[in-house]
Design a protein around this ligand. Structure first.
Ligand SMILES: [Zn+2]
Length: 157
């Protein structure tokens, strides 16, 4: 699903296509969006630049969220954009498969409700199942970043 296009002719993806969901909604995508926004803003004394000690190479998946919490408008804009990208792909999944539960994982999920609350809000306007009885429950995968390792170990049994 990460390689379904959410931005026509968008950001180049490692798979060869342009505009894949993963190119925006993965941690790597978030880091790229954060760096692009920081380079566009010329206020190098803003909280987001302070967080990375003036070095854009220190940007990670938490930078924009930390900057948002510090009241930085660039951080807020990046987080808002990120939630829209993530939500866009999630709405596609929900509209296609209509699962009972959709679990998301990865390091960004450590943001907890800071991420999940606006994401659920976004989805409430984007899924076409909005007026049906069956609503997909969005939650954070309990195994977090260990899910892949545990899954692989179980296959070996
Ligand atoms: Zn791709």
């Amino acid at each position: 699903m990460g390689h379904t296009v959410i931005v026509y002719n968008g950001r180049h993806c490692t798979c060869g296509r342009d505009g894949c969901w993963e190119a925006y909604a993965s941690a790597t995508g978030l880091i790229k969006t954060t760096k692009e926004a920081m380079l566009k803003s010329d206020d190098h004394l803003s909280p987001i630049w302070e967080i990375v000690h003036g070095d854009i190479n220190n940007v990670d998946g938490r930078t924009a969220f930390d900057a948002m919490r510090a009241g930085d408008p660039v951080g807020q804009a990046v987080v808002d954009e990120y939630i829209s990208y993530l939500g866009c792909g999630l709405a596609n999944c929900i509209n296609i498969f209509q699962p009972d539960i959709l679990c998301i994982g990865g390091g960004i999920c450590n943001e907890g409700e800071t991420l999940m609350k606006p994401l659920r809000e976004y989805l409430s306007h984007q899924v076409y199942t909005v007026n049906t009885k069956k609503q997909t429950k969005l939650c954070i995968a309990e195994l977090g970043n260990n899910a892949g390792i545990i899954g692989a170990a179980l296959l070996g049994k």
